[in-house]
Design a protein around this ligand. Sequence first.
Ligand code: TXA
Ligand code: MG
Length: 322
Amino acid sequence: MPVSQAEIARAAALLHAGGVVSFPTETVYGLGADGTNEAALARIFAIKGRPADHPLIVHLAGADQIAAWACDIPAAVWALAERFWPGPLTLILRCRSGVPDLVTGGQATVALRVPAHPVAQALLTAFGGGVAAPSANRFGRVSPTRAEHVWQELGDGPDLILDGGDCPVGLESTILSLAGKEPVLLRPGHIPPAALADVLGKPVELPDGNAAIRVPGTLASHYAPATALLLADAEALSAVVTGLVVRGRRVAVMALSGQLSPTGQTVAMPADPTAYGRDLYAAIRMLDDGRHDIIVVERPPRDEGWLAVNDRLERASGGSAG
Ligand code: TXA
Ligand code: MG
């Protein structure tokens, strides 16, 4: 494990004392506080600049702790936990009374997840309770997948940043709601809908933009870099880049099919969606450094294997297909 037991113990003590600790998960870095401590939770929102009605995910060491947060737990939860926890799956369940409004966003539901990363597991085990944690970026910005990204985003806002190296998944967890009559996918992630449906024995509804459920991660402009980001189909890529360059734009390209831009910086992205997802935020962050006017991204295939990557790219481009 990349972090010492002494650092874990210090981090757990900080959480008990109302501190805010950034820690690695297998998806992205989180910004954590004791999920029962209102003052500590308020600091998360202040550090991120996040609106107070946007709910947080509670991270637990194991599925045996969910009854402390959720009620009316459907049997499907145990089957999903058995198959996918610890791992990059967040479940939305009906909430027990007494969970702070800053965790639930004032809704009757709570988001729970048991992360697999050894540092997160060690921290949650040492702490013993639920750690509420959003991604450790400023509100609306790209999630950090490396400790140095957390530092770039938040500086010395957190009391401690645990450095667990690069996050192996790189995209935020799959969010599945089991709080209603039918299971609904609220955010695509590494675990595909078909794998969830397989365990549930029924199909999973895809998000329909129902405004009654607030999921800020589904705002069209979420996850955006400061530099404009444009999605271009593979066939149009070189014409789009050339057109921008002749108009004097400083263009960076994230290419998939091996087409390299003759001008400007090109990053060759992996052809496999899992590897692409792992590298995506670091690549955007590298190109979003003020040296380019626009990042042109070659659009990946529109099939289910690319669902999570395409979702994040659409959001990073402001919801417009360019
Ligand atoms: O992979 C992840 O999920 C990372 C790591 C740190 O665990 N966390 C993360 O947190 O992505 P955050 O806050 O950036 O995104 C959590 C999403 C938000 O879109 C939030 O609205 C949604 O989960 N959420 C939380 N509680 C909810 C609830 N009760 N109902 C519906 N959506 C909820
Ligand atoms: Mg986030």
